[in-house]
Write a protein that binds this ligand. Structure first.
Ligand SMILES: *Cc1c(COP(=O)(O)O)cnc(C)c1O
Length: 384
């Protein structure tokens, strides 16, 4: 079975992890801060805090920005549930902003309209979480202008987008946001097995996120109320154990050396799909001129109206041919848990229409030319 995505682990990656296993530190050693510095430097952000998943990073990023009961967080419905769940962990309320038909990212027009309504009704969000779907940055310049106008914070969920660029700058430099999150799950661009990171240019936020990552416990005398001696530490907040291990960070450091290579390979695969699929009665992923995607995904759409074959038949045809295509995403508000919070079908029609048509084709650096040719042949057989 050709999967839709998979990691690329080299001998150097394996050696880096084994070296850590033989070292004095399995966790909280030198690899984690080295990895943090490397990702921060790569992106051009001042601070990076590595954690055990992007989900954890989203949670404590929200906490660091003061999200709590009575507050509202908005995100895109076309995402993994974690982008929204982080608000619920903080006892805040979630709402969604429908997507743009071309990029499948949060629509700036929909955001602008919803903000105007929310201001009238006194229910403006405290945090907006734009999600860089498939690795393509949202229109951050426009979203940041709205943040300045309406006074909300921005957390970029860039789980798909490490190695991507926006207006010729790295995603993760946080010039349009308070905090940016990456995921290092194995299907993402680089991996630490499980893992995530929060980037920011605000030292106070970075300090709060690192405190919350490790139980809310500090050894910094400046943060303590008093000190009993050199052994002393204090718990000053209710935090979590969200730490990344040194083994994971060593893998991440090693993978980061090939990040640009991975993204270039993903672009080569995307360009070949573009060229070979252009004349089929399907929609290939449109690229915004301001964005250089990390190409986590290559989502095509099988338009219900113009093709005599539907998405389900294409999906089944791929699977029968040994191609593990997938669907990204079931809109978050359509899940039963979110239905119980009051959301229903029809609430975000663009995300729902996109969901009914989409299939993610295999996209990962080790996809071979002959495997890609097979994917293209099978698709042509199914829709031509
Ligand atoms: C993968 C993903 C997450 C969660 O990442 P984990 O590291 O698995 O917790 C969050 N948001 C989006 C958009 C994702 O794709």
């Amino acid at each position: 079975m050709i999967p839709y995505g998979r990691q690329d682990i080299s001998q150097d990656d394996i050696d880096a992890v084994v070296e850590t296993l033989r070292s004095d530190w399995l966790t909280q050693g030198p690899a984690v801060p080295n990895f943090e510095r490397k990702i921060a430097a790569y992106c051009g952000a001042q601070y990076a805090v590595a954690v055990n998943s992007a989900t954890s990073a989203l949670h404590i990023a929200c906490m660091a920005l003061g999200l709590g009961r009575g507050d509202i967080l908005w995100t895109s419905p076309n995402t993994f549930a974690a982008s929204a769940n982080c608000a619920l962990y903080c006892n805040a309320t979630v709402d969604f902003v429908d997507i743009d038909r071309r990029t499948y990212n949060m629509s700036v027009d929909a955001l602008r309209n919803k903000l105007a309504d929310a201001e009238r009704e006194g229910r403006l969000p405290r945090i907006v979480v734009p999600v860089h779907f498939a690795g393509q940055s949202c229109e951050m310049r426009e979203i940041k202008a709205l943040a300045d106008q309406y006074g909300f914070h921005i957390i970029e969920d860039a789980s798909h987008a490490v190695g991507g660029r926006y207006l010729d700058k790295c995603v993760g430099d946080c010039r349009y946001s308070d905090i940016t999150i990456f995921s290092f799950h194995p299907v993402k661009i680089i991996t630490t097995a499980e893992g995530g990171i929060a980037l920011t240019n605000n030292g106070e936020l970075a300090g709060r996120i690192s405190l919350l990552r490790s139980h809310g416990i500090t050894r910094d005398p400046a943060l303590m109320e008093e000190s009993d001696g050199p052994w002393y530490y204090q718990q000053i907040e209710l935090g979590y154990n969200y730490r990344m291990t040194d083994m994971q960070a060593a893998l991440g450091l090693s993978q980061t050396a090939r990040l640009d290579e991975f993204v270039l390979r993903r672009h080569a695969i995307a360009e070949h799909y573009d060229a070979m699929l252009r004349d089929l009665p399907i929609t290939i992923p449109w690229q915004h001129p301001d964005a250089y995607s990390a190409y986590h995904l290559y989502p095509i759409c099988i338009p219900a109206q113009i093709s005599n074959i539907n998405r389900r038949a294409v999906f089944d045809g791929f699977r029968a041919a040994g191609i593990g295509v997938n669907v990204h995403y079931i809109p978050v508000h359509m899940h039963p848990y979110y239905n119980r919070l009051g959301f229903k079908a029809g609430d975000f029609p663009q995300a729902e229409a996109y969901y009914r048509e989409t299939i993610s084709l295999p996209m990962y650096p080790t996809l071979t030319q002959s495997q890609q040719a097979h994917v293209i042949d099978v698709l042509k057989g199914l829709v031509a």
